[in-house]
Design a protein around this ligand. Structure first.
Ligand SMILES: CC(C)(COP(=O)(O)OP(=O)(O)OC[C@H]1O[C@@H](n2cnc3c(N)ncnc32)[C@H](O)[C@@H]1OP(=O)(O)O)[C@@H](O)C(=O)NCCC(=O)NCCS
Length: 198
């Protein structure tokens, strides 16, 4: 378990997969899936879990569940793709419960994931992409210290509007460490004021 101030990252077990049907069909997919609006059945989700668990293909990704301090499962963060040879990872992030957006939970989860990537996996670089309409992620990239490294033009169709996809990266030597970032962003103070308000 990776222990944060607002959330913990834990194995993506049944208490999370039970939420998948809601999370795969709500507004969070529109943002994490760059404009997708899914209608996915429980049977499709179960079939996908079965396919993955039985697959003999080498896995290059990994998901953590995001758990609040009171034990509520609220989303998943992890790796879409880890390249061991190149020592980089493409990160994926989604707080599936919209009620928890904007409260710092996703940022605490991201800090934990970055810290794990550099300190435990010994990666050289992490990166992620989003869309220019995703204001929460754009702000998050700025405050966490990612640098924009590229821009895919008009690759996301979001409710009829073509949006660009910026790509953000961070090198290991640019990472000040989890504790420094928690202090810098005031997340510990947020933990106290948000504890009873969600
Ligand atoms: C993106 C996500 C992980 C961010 O986590 P979070 O816990 O919401 O992030 P935070 O609350 O720490 O920070 C969001 C920032 O955006 C700001 N923000 C919140 N709502 C906003 C809005 N509607 N417009 C502009 N900025 C907004 C917040 O004020 C905050 O900035 P601040 O710390 O300077 O006040 C989470 O919102 C999420 O999972 N969203 C849905 C799926 C998604 O977008 N996934 C990412 C795909 S790349």
């Amino acid at each position: 378990m990776l222990e944060g101030v607002l959330v913990d990252l834990v194995p993506y077990g049944s208490r999370f997969t039970e939420q998948d049907h809601r999370w795969e069909n709500n507004e969070s997919v529109f943002w994490s899936g760059a404009g997708e609006r899914n209608f996915v059945s429980k049977a499709q989700i179960e079939a996908e879990h079965k396919r993955r668990s039985e697959s003999t293909q080498r896995r290059t990704g990994m998901s953590f569940g995001v758990l609040t301090k009171d034990g509520t499962p609220i989303g998943h963060f992890g790796y879409n793709w880890i390249s061991a040879h190149n020592r980089f990872a493409d990160l994926g992030a989604s707080i599936g419960e919209p009620a928890y957006w904007g409260g710092g939970y996703g940022t605490d989860a991201l800090l934990l994931l970055i810290d794990y990537s550099f300190r435990m996996l010994d990666l050289r670089k992490v990166w992620l992409s989003t869309t220019t309409l995703n204001a929460r992620v754009l702000r998050q990239m700025e405050k966490v210290g990612f640098k924009q490294e590229g821009l895919l033009r008009q690759t996301a169709l979001m409710d009829g509007v073509w949006a660009d996809e910026p790509i953000y990266g961070m090198f290991c030597e640019e990472w000040p460490g989890y504790t420094v970032m928690v202090e810098r962003l005031g997340l510990a103070a947020k933990a106290k004021t948000n504890a009873d308000s969600v």
